[in-house]
Ligand binder design. Structure first.
Ligand code: SF4
Ligand code: SF4
Length: 236
C-alpha cells in the first residue's frame, strides 16, 4: 500500500485562504488504511476548516466527499461532475500524490491542493506502524535476497551489503529504529538454506526501469480501451 501522512492543518488551511467554495476529497483505499486521508479524516479536516474560518469571520463553504479510489477514472467521475455542478473553487485531496495528479489532470482551471505527504510503499508491521518495503524499482531483484528488498530497506540501497556501519544487526543511520537489512537478509537466507548464494555478487542494476528512466507506464493490450482518449476529449 501507499503510505502517507496528513499535512499540518495550518498549511492546508493556507492553501485555500483565497477560495470560497472548497471540496475536501478523501480516498477509500491506502490512505484510509493508514489513517491519513480516508472518509473519517476528510470529515475531520472539513469540520476543522469550517470552524477555523468561521472563527476568523470568513463565510466559506467547505464540503467533503470520499471515493473508493482517486487513481481510477470510474471512481473519480462523480467528483469531476460535482465540482462542475456545484461550482467548486478549489479541491483539497487527501489521496496520495497519484490522486493529486489524477484530479489535477482532469479539473481544468480548478486548483487541486495536496492534503497529505506521500511517503512510501509499505506494510503494517505492527498495529499503528507502517514500514517501507518496496521502492517500485521496476525490476524486482528480491530473488537474490530471500524476498527482502535491499533497495527500499537498506538506508544506502546497497546491493551487496552490509556496509561497515552495521552493528548488532542495526543500521548506523538509526540504530534505535532500523534493522540492518543485510542482517535480515542473512537470517532469511540461512533459514532458507541458501547462505551459499550470498557468496555471489548481485549484478549491477539497470535503473532505467526505475524512475531514473523517465515517466513509466504499463499497458495491458487486452483491456486497453481504444476509445479512452475519445472519452477524455468528450469530457473537455
Ligand atoms: S527490488 Fe525493486 S520491485 Fe523488488 S521490492 Fe525492491 S524496490 Fe520493490
Ligand atoms: S547498516 Fe545495513 S541497512 Fe544500514 S546502510 Fe549499512 S548495509 Fe544498509
Amino acid at each position: 500500500m501507499i503510505v502517507a501522512d496528513q499535512k499540518p492543518f495550518e498549511q492546508i488551511k493556507g492553501f485555500v485562504e483565497d477560495y470560497e467554495k472548497i471540496l475536501v476529497v478523501g480516498c477509500g483505499t491506502c490512505v484510509t488504511v493508514c489513517l491519513s486521508g480516508g472518509d473519517a479524516e476528510a470529515k475531520l479536516l472539513t469540520s476543522g476548516l469550517n470552524i477555523a474560518f468561521k472563527r476568523e469571520g470568513k463565510n466559506k463553504i467547505i464540503l467533503e466527499d470520499t471515493v473508493q479510489r482517486q487513481c481510477d477514472e470510474e471512481f473519480v467521475l462523480p467528483i469531476l461532475d460535482r465540482v462542475k455542478q456545484e461550482e467548486i473553487d478549489a479541491v483539497i485531496t487527501l489521496a496520495c500524490g497519484v490522486g493529486v495528479n489524477f484530479l489535477a489532470d482532469r479539473l481544468g482551471n480548478i486548483p487541486v491542493f495536496p492534503g497529505v505527504d506521500t511517503t512510501f510503499y509499505g506494510a503494517a508491521v505492527e498495529q499503528g506502524m507502517w514500514a517501507e518495503m518496496c521502492a517500485g524499482c521496476g525490476n524486482c531483484i528480491t530473488q537474490y535476497t530471500g524476498g527482502i528488498c535491499p533497495i527500499a530497506r537498506c538506508s544506502k540501497h546497497l546491493f551487496n551489503g552490509p556496509c561497515g556501519g552495521a552493528e548488532n544487526g542495526k543500521c548506523e543511520v538509526d540504530p534505535e529504529n532500523i534493522d540492518c537489512v543485510w542482517t535480515l537478509i542473512y537470517k532469511r537466507m540461512k533459514a532458507l538454506g541458501r547462505l551459499q548464494d550470498m557468496q555471489n555478487i548481485i549484478p549491477m542494476k539497470d535503473w532505467r526501469t526505475a524512475a531514473d528512466g523517465g515517466v513509466r507506464r504499463t499497458v495491458r493490450e487486452h483491456i486497453f480501451r481504444l476509445d479512452y482518449k475519445k472519452q477524455q476529449q468528450e469530457r473537455k
